[in-house]
Design a protein around this ligand. Structure first.
Ligand code: NAG
Ligand code: NAG
Ligand code: NAG
Ligand code: NAG
Length: 398
């Protein structure tokens, strides 16, 4: 029972086995090897143990090794040679065991087979509201060493600091320095990796906390219809509270997509306003909208910070275009092109007379659109489609 249990356990329990049994020993004990190498192990019976070594067999991680790999040494020893070793199946080492014919374990050894770590790369750091510093990195090379590999983020102030180790591991390949940051002195940061086969250090990066500040996502994002305008939605949101606490300014980005698409459209020219009008949308369509924030002008710094996460998506639908449910969907026709010409004239007029005054421009346009939609509900469908097409092409609101 004890023995079959040992088979099942994954971690290498050789130390335990050698305590339990003193009938034999395996040499070498607990070797560390690079992948692909070969090694010969010998199971040597203690003196006085009357077991014929020809009756012994070997297992590696519970799997019996074929007898072609065995060589008889003498009346009390049997060798096994493993060629082209794979990386260890578990970081705690592979189990190589020497068994008696009845399955009983006589002795064993732990094998650590893997690769030395490669130089970690790609260190990226960010500071939430200039209060902490989190860095992540890539392990370097293929990443897999098959051995327990320890990564340590180290840092110091550039000119006079002593070396520190980051303690706040926040998951695989990232670490957080939670407090006591110097805001006006550059940091030097690097990552050291080590395992039983070697160690490697990344390049040193140098950074100012104030250049890598990010903040919370905007919250309370509201998306609403703009009257009856079927191609528009208005978006408003609250700026992250930390902005006020830390005297940052902010700039924002919006992205939106239709319900059944994964493709986002980004609106990049919002500046520090906390509301924005999306235009040119599809009528009667559900849109998902997200907003994110970039802190700028932190303590007078001229650089922009790092974009926050996107806010939780907010959904809203544009009003349905009643005309599109009709079967008659042509955009040609005498009266249609007349209307179209009129519209062009109208927008030409708006552009000319509202020059340099966008607010008036958009307001006029909205009024015009609402008026059109209301007045055209009673009219002929052909015309209305034409109106819609004309607006899509000419609308000065975009
Ligand atoms: C058998 O070989 C092993 C390993 O080479 C050695 O340690 C042991 O003393 C030998 N035993 C005898 C009886 O020759
Ligand atoms: C290495 O892995 C391959 C594929 O899993 C297997 O066929 C081969 O026997 C393994 N080699 C050793 C020495 O365990
Ligand atoms: C470096 O980090 C970025 C951001 O996390 C990631 O997209 C990229 O794949 C990484 N590059 C390498 C070589 O690991
Ligand atoms: C937005 O930016 C302008 C110009 O830089 C500035 O005068 C204004 O105070 C800012 N508004 C907010 C809410 O930060």
């Amino acid at each position: 029972m004890m023995y079959s249990l040992l088979f099942l356990l994954l971690s290498c329990l050789m130390k335990l086995v050698s305590c339990l049994t003193s009938l034999a020993m395996v040499v070498p004990q607990d070797p560390v090897l690079t992948m692909g190498s070969s090694l010969t192990f010998t199971c040597i019976m203690k003196s006085g143990v009357k077991v014929d070594p020809r009756e012994l067999y070997w297992t590696l991680n519970g799997q019996r090794l074929p007898s072609e790999l065995y060589t008889l040494v003498n009346s009390s020893a049997l060798k096994v040679t493993l060629h082209g070793l794979n990386g260890s199946r578990q970081q705690s080492g592979d189990n190589l065991l020497c068994h008696r014919m009845d399955g009983r374990i006589l002795a064993g050894s732990c094998l650590y087979v893997g690769l030395p770590p490669e130089k970690p790369t790609n260190i990226t750091c960010w500071s939430k509201n200039a209060k902490d510093l989190t860095c992540k990195w890539s392990p370097g090379g293929e990443g897999e060493t098959f051995l327990h590999t320890k990564y340590t983020l180290k840092y110091k102030l550039r000119w006079y600091g002593k070396e520190n180790e980051c303690q706040g591991i926040v998951g695989l390949n990232s670490c957080c320095i939670p407090k006591d940051l110097a805001l006006f002195t550059p940091y030097e940061i690097w990552v050291e990796a080590s395992n039983k086969l070697g160690s490697a250090a990344s390049d040193i990066i140098s950074l100012d906390i104030l250049d890598v500040v990010t903040t919370d996502a905007p919250f309370d994002v509201q998306v609403n219809r703009v009257g009856d305008l079927e191609d528009q939605l208005s978006v408003r949101w609250s700026s992250p509270t930390a902005l006020k606490d830390f005297l940052f300014q902010a700039k924002y980005q919006i992205r939106y997509r239709v319900e059944d698409s994964t493709e986002w459209k980004v609106v990049d020219d919002i500046g520090n306003q906390t509301l924005c009008r999306l235009a040119g949308l599809r009528p009667g369509t559900v849109y998902f909208v997200q907003v994110r924030c970039n802190p700028v002008g932190i303590y007078g710094s001229r650089k922009a910070g790092i974009w926050s996460e996107w806010s939780i998506p907010t959904a809203a639908s544009t009003p349905r275009n009643e005309r599109s449910s009709g079967t008659c969907y042509q955009k040609s026709g005498e009266s249609g092109s007349n209307l179209r010409r009129e519209l062009k004239q109208f927008f030409g007029w708006v552009k000319k007379h509202a020059y340099g005054c966008t607010a008036l421009n958009i307001k006029l346009y909205d009024q015009w659109r609402v008026w059109l939609q209301k007045s055209h509900k009673t009219r002929n469908q052909n015309q209305e489609v034409a109106v819609f097409v004309g607006l899509q092409e000419d609308s000065p609101g975009r």
